[in-house]
Design a binder for this molecule. Structure first.
Ligand code: 5AD
Ligand code: SF4
Length: 442
């Protein structure tokens, strides 16, 4: 039996995709790259913007023929769009076997088990042979507490919290993922240990507002995000720790000091700013001003000068004027992010801003996005070019390909040995990747 998992959306969603594969792999399925080769497909959807949702829905539509060729195949639609549109998806695409939303991730193994049991009982297996596999699967270490099946053995995502307690007016995430819940200190650490023992060298701590994590540990003491960061960094085998996405509100002295003091912490901070206009930030309910955001970044850069910053920006939020947009360009000039993800505002039904008129025309959104992208691409180019001629530390993720501590992708070819840290001399760039040579003697 073969399984194919398709994931749309953010890093959290990608990590969820690994968790969603786990109970199915534990049942004896093996992963395949091509959907047409699969007996079961999990489509892990995103709904953050209409475009993301449309991509997932059109893929469900395209899978109609795959499913018709063999009704014994299993199609599971999961994740954020499944949460938002569950019953509608089931009605619109009746051949989908199971729709399971993002809020049900903790229950997912049980729900999937039931679906597979019913399916295979009816169509494929005798009850007895199914029960054998099922009991083997039940004894396998599969639960949302110990996710398995992550994609890279070298860089391991570890989800430390789910949900979001903020209420940014444009954002669907709190609606589809619910309020914040934190995994315990001990659970996170045991997952880190297991993944490090299995060969992970870089741990990617994940959460919607990852640095708001806190929990009381077994010793009764409260642990904060920086305590966790330091604990993960000191685990045997862990060479690097990254985290995504931090919220500016929780970038405090403790985090700034940890960046400066803990050598395993990567020199990279991806922190969404969304706009440079205080008026728009207010309407978005971001709880900071442009100056406040920049002030945190300059404190961070003063403490840890090597740090590279990247960000997310939305253009065309309702009522955004030319003047507001100029403030965003100004902020980008001052922030100088090495890269930026830029988006046209997309109203999401059920969010607060969807109640405002989406009054910035498509043409204006396009024009603003083009200007912003030109500025950001220039900064990205300059950051890449500045590295030509320097030597960088790269973690080999995939045989001659990996990332620097500050988040740049690097390709050098040979020698290749996944899991090893390499010193690479940067000789050029190709698109957004650094090209380099690795001297074994160094
Ligand atoms: N429209 C456009 N972009 C959005 N994002 C989140 N919600 C919306 C929306 N409704 C962007 C933000 C966020 C990133 C993941 O997606 O920039 O940081
Ligand atoms: Fe998409 Fe947001 Fe869900 Fe991530 S959390 S998959 S960005 S809707």
């Amino acid at each position: 039996m073969r399984l194919h998992v398709v994931t749309f959306g953010c890093q959290m969603s990608a990590a969820d995709g690994g968790e969603m594969a786990a109970p199915i792999l534990a049942r004896g399925f093996r992963a395949v790259d091509a959907p047409e080769d699969a007996d079961a497909i999990v489509l892990n959807t995103c709904t953050v913007r209409q475009h993301a949702e449309d991509k997932a829905l059109s893929m469900i539509g395209r899978l109609r023929t795959w499913k018709a060729e063999d009704p014994g195949r299993v199609l599971i639609v999961a994740g954020c769009a499944a949460e938002r549109l569950g019953p509608w998806i089931q009605k619109r695409f009746p051949y989908v076997d199971l729709v399971v939303g993002a809020k049900s991730i903790e229950d997912y193994p049980r729900i999937v088990e039931e679906t597979l049991a019913a399916k295979f009982d009816a169509l494929r297996e005798t009850r007895e042979s199914f029960d054998e596999t099922a009991s083997a699967a039940r004894s396998a270490p599969v639960s949302p507490e110990t996710p398995v099946g992550w994609t890279s053995p070298v860089v391991a995502p570890v989800t430390i919290m789910r949900g979001c307690n903020y209420s940014c007016t444009y954002c669907i995430v709190p609606h589809v993922r619910g309020r914040e819940s934190y995994r315990s200190f001990e659970t996170v650490m045991s997952e880190v240990r297991a993944k490090a023992a299995a060969g992970a060298r870089e741990i990617l701590l994940l959460g919607q507002t990852v640095n708001s994590w806190h929990a009381r540990a077994a010793d009764g003491r409260e642990r904060r995000f920086t305590d966790l960061l330091r604990a993960v960094a000191s685990e045997d085998g862990v060479a690097r720790v990254r985290f995504e996405s931090p919220h500016p509100h929780f970038v405090d002295d403790a985090l700034i000091t940890a960046f400066a003091e803990v050598p395993e912490t990567c020199d990279h901070l991806h922190m969404p700013v969304q706009s440079g206009s205080d008026r728009v930030l207010g309407l978005m309910r971001r709880n900071y001003t442009a100056a406040g955001y920049l002030e945190k970044i300059s404190r961070l850069r003063a403490a840890a000068p090597r740090i590279v910053v990247s960000t997310d920006i939305i253009v065309g939020f309702p009522t955004e004027t030319d003047d507001d947009f100029e403030r965003t360009l100004e902020l980008v000039e001052r922030l100088r992010p090495a890269s930026a993800y830029t988006f046209k505002y997309s109203p999401r039904e059920g969010t607060e801003s969807a109640g405002m008129t989406d009054d910035v025309t498509e043409e204006v959104k396009e024009a603003r996005l083009a200007r912003l992208n030109a500025l950001c691409d220039g900064l990205n180019d300059a950051a890449l070019k500045r590295r030509i001629g320097t030597t960088v530390e790269v973690l080999d993720e995939n045989g001659g390909y990996g990332r620097t501590r500050d988040g740049f992708r690097v390709k050098w070819g040979t020698p290749a040995s996944p899991g090893r840290l390499r010193t690479v001399r940067v000789t050029g760039t190709m698109k957004r990747t650094l090209l380099g040579e690795c001297d074994e003697q160094r």
